[in-house]
Write a protein that binds this ligand. Sequence first.
Ligand SMILES: O=C([O-])CC(=O)C(=O)O
Ligand SMILES: [Mg+2]
Length: 591
Amino acid sequence: MATQFLKEEEVRHGEPDVLPAKDMKDSFGEEEDAAEPITPWSRIVASGMELLRDPMYNKGSAFTEEERDRHYLRGLLPPAVVSQELQVERILHNVRSYENPLEKYVAVMDLQERNERLFYKVLIDNVEELLPIVYTPTVGEACQKYGNIFRRPRGLYISLKDKGKVLDILKNWPEKDVQVIVVTDGERILGLGDLGLQGMGIPVGKLALYTALGGIRPSSTLPVAIDVGTNTESLLNNPFYIGLRQKRATGKEYDELLHEFMSAVKQAYGEKVLVQFEDFANHNAFRLLEKYNTTHLVFNDDIQGTAAVALAGLIAALPLTGGALADHKFLFFGAGEAGTGIAEILSLEISRQGKHTLEEARKKIYLVDSKGLVTKSRFETLQEFKKPYAHEHEPCGNLVSAIKALKPTVLIGTSGRGGTFTKEALEEIASYQDKPIVFALSNPTSQSECTAEEAYKYTKGKCIFASGSPFGPVTYDGKTYTIGQSNNCYIFPGMGLGCIISGAIRVHEDMFLAAAESLAANIKQDHLDKRQLFPSFTEIRDISANIGAAVAAKAYELGLATRLPQPKDLVAYAKSSMYSPTYRQLRSSLL
Ligand SMILES: O=C([O-])CC(=O)C(=O)O
Ligand SMILES: [Mg+2]
């Protein structure tokens, strides 16, 4: 009887996460009517062994006696019926028994393939412990070895071989109501470089966080990896590599595939699907964003998400340093997506405070790239995105000489190069500045410009520190500091939620400013006492709801929202729209 069908109430995003009143009654009840119409929120799911093999509906040993009888599961499961809470404990027990983070990653991601609600319950209830596993830093190692640990495909793989067929590929995806896509071409995965198709681990991980942190329904998320080849020899020579064995296509060939994808996305899912560009190399990231942000609902996480989160950290730090943002001098080490993205949002925020023009604000910001300080004398040869920061200044060949010459109060690492905030550099900034702000934002941990411990040690406990990858607390000179993680995962889930609940059709930079301000507002005196610039992840779902509401409010204000009328209480509406991983009852139907 494997063909018997069940239905589960499925809540769509933008609809509050409650069932219509008539369906609130216990769905096991005899009142079930075969002729009952299927609501727009219903889904048809198989029963018996097929049900156990379907990660969206499988509850494993948590299926109740009644469900086992009703849904043809008796005998297919061992007799012990356990609660979801006990299942969570069991999973944690197993995950903790592995010492190697990559083994933990495989164990947790396997769960996502078996039992999706349990996966999210484990993740949501243990977010601080598991974030470094499903996300930075372990996801970086997972991508490096993606071919070796490959078990089951997840997401859509679109390669040069598929040119002309991209819409057909989207049609192969089982979900029709996609609301958020994260797409990468794998050319700059974290600070690990070109990992080709193995970069797929990043969209998969980011979207797991859209659900766990931002409450986006898993079935409405779609990870995509675009395969145009890789220039990484070790991957091309690895028999387990999962992508095309060729060097990266560029120019017209690349642009055509990307364009076909972007057009197909709109055709398949409409105007309101959010596309997050992730881990593209600089030479494509800026131009793709510019090309598509007037026609699609898109943003680039590494430029704009990273920028908003860093801005939130800088705003949060002001009570510690005193003064306003405009009173600081900023030096960026690394002038790519993150560096210039932060520089731009920072200039915008300073200019919005009314005392400075955008031009004046930009003058407070200096960039160091691989050739040294970005100066006017280099203007002609600079990439476009660096040009606003090419100021009149003597050349400085390296970071330390730039610190000496400029005496910045804020030092931000976005270089993708580990260990580059040397003892000398950190000692220098602490030599003239009482409370220097030092952000080492590159990921994963191996690429962080310095460790939290080094930052406190070499500045003799003076610095106010944040990092892109997680670090545990640091004790220096008898004081213990909590290290805030300036990672875009504080922003993108709330940004997605805000776009969805408002039905936004474009992402505007002011929506990122609103998100940053909302995040910064979580930092209170007790955080500042520990010099912690970002809140703990245990509160992240409420924080995401607040960010979502702030983003949505801005979208309404800018006339970019299509879901009308505007809900009166956006925070309550955001919260009620969030996915909950608690098991739902399956209803018997269509007998
Ligand atoms: O994934 C992360 O941890 C943050 C990010 O976008 C990157 O480093 O590229
Ligand atoms: Mg990224």
